[in-house]
Design a protein around this ligand. Structure first.
Ligand SMILES: [Zn+2]
Length: 104
């Protein structure tokens, strides 16, 4: 299996980094594999005529399933994500680390 191990290997953005990185995590609908990819927000964004940025990525897993997941991300002029689509898969939201634990 090893599926849960992959789920644990989340990537965390260091607050001190100078190059903003956006991590994509998608799950293949066909085999369930989680595929990760990182975008360099400084380099990978393509400016469009309307002032927004777009990124297109084709992701493939390492397993025998050779499904290609076509990811398209749209960012506004401040490089904030405003839209995202993925074919043949689904986005995975990284788990929040800000869990609150109540005593009692
Ligand atoms: Zn797959």
């Amino acid at each position: 299996m090893g599926f849960l191990d992959k789920l644990k290997s989340f990537f965390f953005i260091s607050p001190g980094t100078t190059d903003p990185v956006y991590t994509i995590q998608v799950r293949c609908r066909r085999c369930g594999e989680v595929i990760e990819s990182r975008l360099q927000l400084q380099n990978d964004l393509s400016l469009q005529e309307d002032g927004t940025y777009i990124v297109h990525k084709t992701l493939m897993g390492n397993q025998r399933c050779f499904e290609r997941l076509e990811v398209t991300l749209t960012f506004d002029k401040n490089r904030h994500l405003i839209d995202r689509t993925v074919t043949r898969g689904e986005f995975i939201e990284p788990p929040t680390t800000e869990e609150t634990h109540q005593n009692g």
